[in-house]
Write a protein that binds this ligand. Structure first.
Ligand SMILES: *Cc1c(COP(=O)(O)O)cnc(C)c1O
Length: 435
């Protein structure tokens, strides 16, 4: 099956550009955005009310190459919770990754793509009995645990499972750390291992997760050291552990300085053969998705409040209850680019606002100061602020489009329907690698 549904939605002009030359990824993205906006502006008002994503599957392939270059001995199991778009999952399946699933629904999604259950790691150390039954029936036999009660449940529901003991690890500087919720501390690892032995379960390795958006390679080094220690405990018990799972937490901005340190730590602690796997999410998904939202309303401050520092306000059709939860969860600072209408043949949606209504606002708006805005989501909640402050090089009007890069991680999967706003998003696909 071809992975390229892409240009269904795009205009013929792009198709011919695609056929005739190889555009750089940025250029292709811009063309796709421009073309889709032109298409939307022909549609009814309701059709164009939602933001849309452009996903570049070529970028996913480039991330995979970067992974193989940085961590060639480490087999990635993509963490589905990061972005479960089936087209992305299919692309990853074709690239040869495994999958880290935490729920029945995630396993179902991956299995429905024809992925062999042996490529799925059920990486949730606190699973329901029903989820274990599902996994067993589906043939997903690799899973994690970090507590005694889980072992008792595993004995009843999926006793032939291959088990990874998840140990505690933590990067304090990670965007979101998991150390408080999951992971057995070293002082109880021994009792967990001996309980697993007594229950005649099969411990095949150790896993950890230092936290999502990690930046400190020392957190990996410490966790790898701890894993080696627990490997020793398991071996002494009589198990034959052979898998080291170094979890997720990788991000572009730290990948190149992190990977040599991680590789060295693995080689130091595990000189003999172990299979090393990882559970990257953000690393694969983030940079492949671009979100395009539309300005649906604007509040201009009177000259008086403006002079006291109040910013003009933009309201767009997506916010922290939609695809921008990272603004709150990860304190991410968003910096959209304004879609340049001049380049396209499209007309502004709200013609009356094209020209400022009177001379006085014109002069206010023409000072550079007045291109500073705060940007808000569509809900009625006042925490729904996407950008606190941002300066554009020109005035932003109702109907304008804002382009947010790097929107593939923890966006589609965390969006809610709060306040009645639709959380299903249109995704258009391009592939900057296979043309
Ligand atoms: C969320 C999660 C991941 C993915 O983390 P990233 O920071 O996106 O790489 C991997 N493993 C587990 C167990 C997770 O909970």
């Amino acid at each position: 099956m071809s992975l390229l549904p892409p240009f269904r939605e795009l205009s013929d002009s792009i198709k011919s550009i695609q056929d005739s030359w190889f555009p750089c990824p940025e250029k292709l993205l811009d063309l796709a955005i421009e073309s889709h906006i032109a298409h939307l502006e022909e549609e009814s008002l309701l059709e164009r009310d939602d933001p849309f994503f452009i996903a570049d599957l070529g970028q996913v392939a480039r991330q995979h190459r970067a992974w193989k270059q940085g961590l060639p001995e480490v087999q990635p199991y993509y963490a589905v919770k990061c972005n479960s778009d089936p087209t992305l999952l299919k692309c990853l399946a074709d690239l040869g990754t495994g999958f880290d699933c935490a729920s029945v629904e995630e396993m179902r999604t991956v299995l429905s793509l024809g992925v062999n259950p042996s490529r799925i790691l059920f990486a949730n150390p606190c699973k329901s009995a029903a989820a274990m039954d599902f996994a067993r029936r589906a043939g997903v036999m690799l899973t994690t645990f970090d507590n005694i009660d889980e072992l008792e449940k595993i004995k009843v529901h999926i006793q032939d499972a291959a088990l990874l003991l998840r140990i505690h690890a933590n990067d304090d500087s990670a965007l979101i750390s998991f150390g408080e919720k999951f992971g057995a501390h070293l002082n109880i690892a021994e009792s967990l291992i001996s309980r697993a032995w007594n229950l005649q379960l099969n411990v095949v390795g150790i896993s950890f997760h230092v936290g999502t958006g990690a930046s400190n390679p020392q957190a990996f080094c410490q966790a790898i050291k701890d894993a080696r220690h627990v490997f020793g405990l398991a071996e002494r018990q009589g198990f034959n552990p052979a898998i080291l799972d170094i979890g997720g937490g990788f991000q572009d901005s730290h990948f190149s300085h992190m990977t040599p340190v991680v590789r060295a730590a693995i080689q130091n602690e595990f000189p003999s053969q172990v299979a090393v796997i990882a559970e990257p999410g953000r690393f694969y998904a983030r940079s492949a998705y671009t979100l395009v939202s539309q300005v649906i309303a604007r509040r201009r401050q009177l000259q008086k409040s403006a002079s006291m520092g109040a910013l003009n306000m933009l309201y767009q059709n997506d916010g922290v209850y939609g695809n921008f939860m990272n603004v709150i969860m990860e304190k991410e600072v968003m910096a959209p680019r304004l879609f340049s209408r001049e380049k396209s043949k499209g007309r502004p949606l709200v013609k009356t606002l094209k020209k400022p209504d009177n001379e006085r606002t014109t002069s206010t708006l023409s000072t550079p100061e007045s291109h500073r805005y705060s940007i808000w989501g569509p809900t009625c909640d006042s925490i729904d602020c996407v950008v606190r402050e941002m300066t554009f090089d020109r005035e932003v009007r109702v109907g304008d489009w804002l382009i947010y890069r790097n929107m593939g991680a923890y966006t589609l999967t965390t969006a809610t329907q709060f306040n009645g706003f639709n959380c299903s998003r249109k995704i258009l696909y391009v592939n900057s690698e296979s043309i």
